[in-house]
Ligand binder design. Structure first.
Ligand code: TXA
Ligand code: MG
Length: 320
């Protein structure tokens, strides 16, 4: 059991940083989704975080950092194009996979030679990371704050609904309002000559190409394991069906130009792809809350952020 803290003053963030340093868990907001954080150098804390999530122990976890100083602590042999990406998109919804240093232990990298780093763009997250740094911390390992395979939480209430029964009294849930992006960070493999995108997100392939001046390659899935790339992921309890032909009593998520069939329950009516990304997970949760058996989703078309939204919808529908 663990309460939501909604007034996150600097004092609260200091206390949360102390909590991380002494092995506690802290759920915190980011601009993508909420994460459940542990000291990236504390094996026991990370083990407990995995247990809370019911996540397989050999899955790698993203290390969240306060500033660029921390990059060399965790990673080495950093290509120039990765520096360009950091400069252009950090803090922001982007995770870079880089060669690890000996500081990144097997329990964060999932026994791989690669570490995932991200500097999130949320004031609360950045201040928490800065306070953690002041007391000697180097990074906060944080997966999305949901049970393994479930929909990522985009507000503190959703974190609480997912994890409160599994957290200890000393653990904290920080409330920083709704996540403004709404889908998880773009994961970019920076260990080859060219970048490749392992998980799509708000930093799009077009943006990576523009920033690096390089061709974005197709990912080599035999080389790196990304848990969110498993077929069934980001899935609600309800059955997800792609298409807008919802029958009476079934849920519907679609852009605002699509009308709701008679008797169907409209769960989201986004007017832009940005709004679609921001509201998708909340709408899936709402469908589950209402006990709907089936949710129809009409995917957005086009490139950019729509690619990430379609990816998550396909996974929610187990179409991988
Ligand atoms: O937006 C996000 O990335 C959110 C927020 C909290 O930062 N985090 C998130 O974490 O989505 P998670 O654990 O739910 O998904 C991260 C993905 C996983 O699929 C994991 O396999 C991959 O990143 N990943 C992390 N570190 C990795 C590594 N060293 N090598 C390969 N994949 C890695
Ligand atoms: Mg996740």
């Amino acid at each position: 059991m663990s309460a939501i803290i909604s007034q996150c003053s600097l004092d609260v963030l200091r206390q949360a940083a102390e909590n991380l340093k002494t092995g506690g868990l802290v759920a915190f907001p980011t601009e993508t989704v909420y994460g459940i954080g542990a000291d990236a150098e504390n094996y026991e804390a990370i083990k407990r975080m995995y247990a809370v999530k019911n996540r397989p122990a050999d899955h790698p976890v993203i290390v969240h950092i306060a500033d660029l100083d921390a990059v060399d602590y965790w990673a080495k042999e950093i290509p120039d194009y990765a520096i360009a990406l950091m400069r252009d998109f950090w803090p922001g919804p982007m995770t870079l996979l880089l060669q690890r240093t000996e500081k990144a232990k097997d329990f964060v990298t999932g026994n791989q030679e690669i570490v995932g780093l991200r500097m999130p763009a949320h004031t609360l997250a950045l201040n928490l990371l800065a306070e953690f740094k002041k007391i000697g911390g180097h990074g906060v390992a944080a997966p999305s704050a949901n049970k393994y395979g479930a929909v990522s939480p985009t507000n503190a209430e959703a974190v609480s609904a997912e994890l409160k029964d599994y957290l200890e009294v000393r653990d904290l849930i920080l409330d920083g309002g709704p996540s403004l992006v709404g889908v998880e960070s773009t994961i970019i493999d920076c260990t080859e000559e060219n970048p490749s995108i392992l998980r799509s997100g708000a930093v799009t392939a077009e943006m990576v190409k523009e920033s690096t001046g390089l061709v974005v390659m197709e990912p080599d899935h035999t080389k790196i394991r990304v848990s969110g790339s498993h077929k069934q992921h980001y899935a609600p309890m309800a059955k997800v069906v792609i298409g807008s032909a919802a029958k009476s009593g079934e849920g519907l998520i679609a852009m605002s130009d699509i009308t709701t069939p008679n008797g169907a329950i409209r769960l989201a009516t986004p007017q832009s792809v940005e709004e679609y990304a921001r509201t998708l997970y909340g709408a899936l949760r709402e469908g589950d809350k209402q006990g709907l058996k089936t949710i129809h989703i009409e995917s957005p078309t086009g490139t950019g952020l729509a690619v990430a939204i379609r990816d998550r919808i396909n996974r929610a529908a187990s179409l991988g």
